[in-house]
Write a protein that binds this ligand. Sequence first.
Ligand SMILES: [Zn+2]
Length: 88
Amino acid sequence: MSSGAWRSLKAKVTRRDNGCCYRCGIDQAEIKRDDPDARDHVLDHITPRFEGGSATDMDNLGLLCEPCDTLKSKSEALRANQARKRAS
Ligand SMILES: [Zn+2]
C-alpha cells in the first residue's frame, strides 16, 4: 500500500474513532494539549496481518497511542516468533 493511501485510511479511522486509542481510549488531541511534541497515535491492524487480519478493512483498523502500540508490538513479535518456530 502507498503511504498516501495509508494516510487517508488513518484520517478516516481517526474521524470514526474521534482520535481515540482503541485499547485505552485516550484521545490524541488530549495528549497533544499536554505535550505538543508527543507522537501521534499510529494506525494499527487490530488482528495482525500474520494472523490473517485484513490490511485495509476498516473493521480491522484502529488507532493506538504510543504506550499501547509498544505493548501490542512486543506481544505480536513474540507470537510471530512462536508461529515461525512451529512452522519450521
Ligand atoms: Zn492507548
